[in-house]
Design a protein around this ligand. Structure first.
Ligand code: ADP
Length: 626
């Protein structure tokens, strides 16, 4: 067994890997950038090595620095986690060439799955069903058009080198094909340096189903059943679960067997995931049918959502990775693996659903996580969610005897945990889990988009929330003999409070909502009331700090350092809720800053091309009175 391990990653996955390594008695080495000098993964590891400045390109993505760190600390093996260098075949090879153990598949397996057309051909040859389509060498416009006509519309044009949802075009009619092809080829050439495309049948009512596979260096491959990751927003997973709702035993056996064949075809070693797309339009048996599920791609690493598989199988997948990398055989045979109950995972992000899911990094002043669920996180109260990396705060995983028990457990967690003052997607996750279609297991990848604003709308604290907050303070003041005493007048029942920095008047009434205390209660007397996943912070005095959530009502602050690429409004303009104000380019992505409510642009401090730092006031929107 490996004695020492370097983890070439950060955040929750680094902490997750350290936990298992420690249990197995393995010494751990963390690596960190400037921004992560005080991060939890650094605090938890036995040793830590600084590898460069905060941007990942200058630290976590520099393979030589990571290998040098392993050499300097005498680490025997490198675990890449997910993201960063985890699917970089050249890095995997460099690790092996340096005489270190790579906790992952052979570099040749990573390469074989790298290009979509090559991977699909390989899978078709191995007898794995692939999405119907054209993978040919002939890339002439006439031939591609003829193939699309033969497949039948709608079709999807995909760049063979594409990834991250880029380089894809849906075409609904033959007349639109030529234009879509040109634009897809242009994007593919500029983004991936390769303008080759393939054409696929566009699957209607698609469900994303993936199978966890595991191989060892002795030629054994098993599967650990499927996960359903259909609840997506812009092709990004939001909620994941295992097993897939509505999956019957015959269909399960068919796709799990196909996944094992896929892994065997590339001599797979370690943890991998074979992703399938299912046409869930059939009404019978939850919509899933073995002859309507097709291979999409293989991810040659541990997935973000691996904990749901761990919860239903009782297997620690990181332990298996470390054992297999040490040369041990798989700890269990296929027949020894079974599904126990149901598990659902929700990804809690520092992002603001009300403002188009804009990242909302910042310091976590208040955090309390309910312990009745598995929480994978790398932050504690007082830590900062950095603007340099993915703004995930935690993954929350609930296991139950059946799907509804897991779902209700997660809903309860969202109502009994809080994190602030940064904005989070907690109320959005609550709304997703509460959707009747989701509750009944009717899923497809388009359902979040179809709901529009219904999943993100938040009007303000409800009467129930205000009553609970008012009642709390009234009791407290009555205890001190301060409340409601007025000469010659009826006792007062309303309480003047601040919620998220704004003044409100709360009628003190009994309410079934519970009030929670912030951990620094003694300092400023803040209390918290949560309803439908949305946590409201109430205080008697306005928060001292400017900026952040306190001033953010109509104040549009730059959420991270970046460059203004468009200003869509002028001072004095009347704007509608959701209207685009300013577009910021940061972390290689465009972020639209939108009006939080109907109002008037009272201040504008943004010009096209300007560089802005985090927290700069760009626009102030004021509500129109009356
Ligand atoms: P990428 O590598 O860019 O992530 P994928 O091939 O994995 O691209 O597809 C990403 C997502 O696009 C899938 O999760 C699914 O929601 C959708 N998708 C992919 N192929 C099809 C298809 N043939 N029909 C309908 N939707 C598809």
């Amino acid at each position: 067994m490996i004695q020492s391990l370097l983890i070439a990653n950060r955040g929750e996955i680094a902490c997750r890997i350290i936990r298992t390594a420690r249990r197995l008695g393995i010494r751990t080495v963390a690596v960190y950038s400037d921004a992560d000098a005080n991060s939890l993964h650094v605090r938890q590891a036995d040793e830590a090595v600084h590898i460069g400045p905060s941007p990942a390109r200058q630290s976590y993505l520099i393979g030589e620095r990571i290998i040098a760190a392993a050499r300097a600390t005498g680490a025997e093996a490198i675990h890449p986690g997910y993201g960063f260098l985890s699917e970089n075949a050249a890095f995997a090879q460099a690790v092996i060439d340096a005489g270190l153990i790579w906790v992952g598949p052979n570099p040749s397996s990573i390469t074989a799955m790298g290009l979509k057309d090559a991977a699909k051909k390989l899978m078709a040859d191995a007898g794995v069903p692939v999405t119907p389509g054209y993978l040919g060498e002939d890339q002439s416009a006439d031939r591609l058009q003829a193939e699309a006509d033969a497949i039948g519309y709608p079709v999807l044009i995909k760049a063979v080198a594409g990834g991250g949802g880029k380089g894809m075009r849906r075409v609904d009619a033959a007349a639109d094909f030529a234009d879509a092809l040109l634009s897809c080829q242009r994007e593919a050439a500029s983004s991936f340096g390769n303008d080759q495309v393939l054409i696929e049948k566009y699957i209607l009512s698609p469900r994303h189903i993936e199978v966890q596979v595991f191989g060892d260096s002795h030629g054994q491959v098993v599967h650990l059943f499927e996960r359903d990751c259909s609840l997506q927003r812009r092709h990004q997973k939001v909620i994941e679960e295992a097993p897939a709702p509505g999956m019957d035993e015959a269909t399960r056996q068919a796709i799990c067997a196909a996944a094992v064949r896929a892994a065997q075809a590339v001599d797979y070693v370690g943890a991998g995931t074979v992703e399938f797309i299912a046409d869930a339009s059939a009404k019978e048996s939850g919509g899933l049918r073995a002859d309507r599920i097709w291979f999409m791609e293989m991810n040659t690493r541990l997935q973000v959502e691996h904990p749901v598989t761990e919860e239903i199988t009782g297997v620690d997948l990181v332990e298996w990775q470390l054992r297999v990398a040490s040369g041990e055989p798989l700890p269990k045979k296929q027949g020894e693996l079974s599904i126990n109950g149901h598990a659902i995972e929700a990804r809690l992000y520092a992002e603001d659903p009300v403002r188009g899911f804009l990242p909302s990094p910042g310091r976590i002043d208040r955090l309390s996580f309910d312990h009745h669920a598995r929480v994978e996180t790398a932050v504690e109260e007082g830590d900062t969610v950095s603007s340099f990396y993915d703004p995930m705060i935690a993954k929350v995983i609930c296991h139950g005897a059946d799907r509804d028990a897991a779902r209700l457990g997660l809903l309860r967690w969202l109502d009994s945990s809080f994190v602030g003052p940064l904005r989070t997607n907690k109320p959005f996750l609550h709304a997703c889990l509460a959707m009747p279609d989701f509750a009944e297991g009717r899923l497809d990848t388009g359902m979040i988009e179809r709901q529009g604003e219904a999943l993100t709308a938040i009007d303000g604290p409800s009467d129930r929330v205000l009553a609970a907050a008012g009642q709390h303070f009234r009791r407290e003041w009555q205890g001190k003999g301060l409340f409601g005493f007025r000469l010659n007048a009826a006792p007062k029942t309303s309480v003047d409070l601040f919620v998220d920095g704004r003044p409100v008047v709360a009628e003190a009434k009994s309410s079934e909502l519970r009030t929670g205390l912030c951990s620094d209660m003694e300092r400023d007397g803040t209390i918290i009331v949560t309803e439908a996943g949305q946590s409201w912070f109430f205080s008697q005095t306005p928060p001292v700090k400017a900026g952040g959530a306190a001033a953010s009502d109509g104040a549009i602050l730059s959420p991270m350092p970046g460059r203004i690429i468009a200003v869509a409004v002028a001072k004095g303009d009347r704007v509608a809720k959701g209207q685009k104000l300013v577009t910021l380019e940061a972390m290689k992505m465009e972020h639209s800053l939108v009006a939080p409510f109907d109002g008037v642009v009272a201040e504008l401090d943004a010009s096209e091309g300007g560089q802005v730092s985090e927290g700069t006031l760009l626009v102030l929107v004021e509500r129109e009175e009356g």
